[in-house]
Design a protein around this ligand. Sequence first.
Ligand code: XLS
Ligand code: CA
Ligand code: CA
Length: 439
Amino acid sequence: MSEIFNVGKIKYEGPKSKNPLSFKHYDADMVIGGKTMREQLRFAMSYWHTICGEGTDMFGIGTIDKSFGEKDAMKIAEKKVQAAFEIMDKLGIDYFCFHDKDIAPEGDSLSEFHANLDKIVPIIKENMKKYNKKLLWGTANLFNNPRYVHGAGTSPYADVYAYAAAQVKKALDITIELGGEGYVFWGGREGYETLLNTDMGLELDNMARLLKMSVKYAREHGFKGDFYIEPKPKEPTKHQYDFDTATVVAFLRKYGLEKDFKMNIEANHATLAGHTFEHELCTARINGVFGSIDANQGDYLLGWDTDQFPTDVYNATYCMLEVLRAGGFTNGGLNFDSKPRRGSMTDEDIFLSYISGMDAFALGLKIANKIIEDGRIDEFVAQRYSSYNSGIGADIVNGKATLESLSEYALSLNKVELKKSGRQEYLESVINSIMFEGI
Ligand code: XLS
Ligand code: CA
Ligand code: CA
């Protein structure tokens, strides 16, 4: 079978290389922090952006043709499989992620959609075997079709809810069939435009019911991977229920779902929620729900989800610090939920985009590991909280302290002195000194 892309396999050539089609920092087999980069980073290709995204925006049609020379919808879907595995193979990406409608056309009915999926899934399976690729996670697209205009798992209409459930069931079947290590729920339409027409209580109860049914079904059918919720505050709806990690954790606990779900944290969604990427990752980690990552970045000047390939090394570093502190990925990984800009429309741009994202995260991993090995940041933090290691502090932490004992202790102090500096500027300079050591 002839190749689709006129680009060779991308190799590691080191930081001095000027070859744009080479990795400068991502060396798959290099060991960092006790594992190879490939094992630490677990890169994934997003099927929707890379194989389906045609560069449309709200003001313009596509600039990139992703029909790969075919006319018939099913033939296009088949060619897309070939393109997907060629890209992963050439970039050395081990995983991919997909929505049901990324891989096969919806047709005119649910049964036609299922039949189309049933034709494509064996082709994907064959290619996974041939190229030794794995499925990081699958999901159902419950936001694109007009039927979901008022929500899917939170729709006011039971028929729509049932349709969404049918899509989830099929997407779970496919994820299980392909040995997927995760399954994502992202609630793009699960929210509202105005409370005037919304029964928020019922909508959230129904969403929880759908999640419970899905966990039950998938576990009964042999799914061993992780379920993820992907928080996002808004866009497309004004207010989305999965606003951020803390909101989702409260939701999961209310419905007794906290043991079943972890987070899939997307960088650009964190910033839309008014948080840093690392804040969301840290919130997931300390609540025991750190799972997987959608790697991308937004733009400081644009207030929407731009899904740009991540090249900001500070962000990648703070992200990888959180990943290392969480003990690394288990079933999760770094999925590039990223797309080249509308004006970057050549085949080569696909490869250049992935190279820049993979190199940024390779740098982030290396630097994060150095920060941990250097120890100055961790030592400072340990020292800052050391008053909780003994005396009254230990009583607080051990649960021995009461309001009375604390009051008695406080009265025994003459006055509480201004304590030590938080030394933020010093700590930031430590990061820079580690980052740019040797320059
Ligand atoms: C959209 C989301 C979506 C999810 C999967 O903003 O990022 O792509 O990752 O449905
Ligand atoms: Ca995402
Ligand atoms: Ca996004």
